[in-house]
Design a protein around this ligand. Sequence first.
Ligand code: PHB
Ligand code: FE
Length: 335
Amino acid sequence: MNTEVTPEKVSVIASEPDPVLGYRSFQFGEFKFTRDAYFVHISWPKGVHTMEVDRFLRAMVRDIGWGFFYGWIFFDDVFGTQNHYGTVDIYAGTYSKGHKETGVDYLETYNTDDVRVAFETISKDWINEGYDPLSAPLETGSPLGAKQQEASGPLIRGFEPARRMLGLAGDVQPRSDETGHPINRAFADLDYDLPDIEAEPGFEDQIHAINLFDHIARADVTWNPSFTSITRACICCVTSEEHMLPVIHGNDRNEWFIQLTDEIHWNIQDKNSGNPRGRIVMKSGDICAMPADIRHQGYSPKRSMLMVLENGTPGLEEKYATGELEPFPITASRW
Ligand code: PHB
Ligand code: FE
């Protein structure tokens, strides 16, 4: 549901650096964030929660980069954000049955920009050079230990858009050998032959085709969808996935997955309670639709390629939230 009232502006407050470990602590609204060598501790009135620093940072940079995405981003079973497209909730325990029943759940709503600035400020202070939370764990350094030097690279990069349809004149291919995006080690055995293009005379500079595998295989990040195409509200993203989706995504609409290579194992839970709803093992060529009332997390034992299709129609989330639309894209009676 869209939040009607715009909340007051909230600024993140930083402490002095910890004299031993060097990291700052932060307060944002009623939430407090501290990190030590191994963990992040989040506290709020009546509660406190601890999670591994790696897990926290991998989720946080994606949450920022994806503009808080569609629906819910759970950093783990307890803590996360919900996007209201203009405002964002930060919650702890709100969708955890145990926290709810014990009455220690907590939620605050902020302006999207304030949350973005707060999360960027925290990430910047807590991410050291040599650790990239967008990379697969086997392809980056460790986030553990005391503060060294703050990372300087473009850490919180979400999507790297092509400037022009891939391959057409004017396209600065973001992914090529020349721009330092070699084929990932896991995809060295794929065929990268180019498609045949037979344009009618006069249309040579307007029609083109690429080998999409070549494009995806050069992604230097994992679980970070990049757009392939957007046609009105139809968003098609391709991704290169290794290790686990660093967030648990709660849908506020349907989304479709097409497994392009290898396999991903998905845990599917009820969105509100977290109770198990299903398991899917998607193998190359499999297609599935994730309903609008679940949360899910994927595990990719080996780097794989996935295509994700989202319907970005504004207001769709309300139609699902009010029950105007059923949570499944297709029900058997409609066939
Ligand atoms: C998802 O939550 O559906 C999702 C997010 C990131 C990915 C793939 C899927 O890379
Ligand atoms: Fe999802």
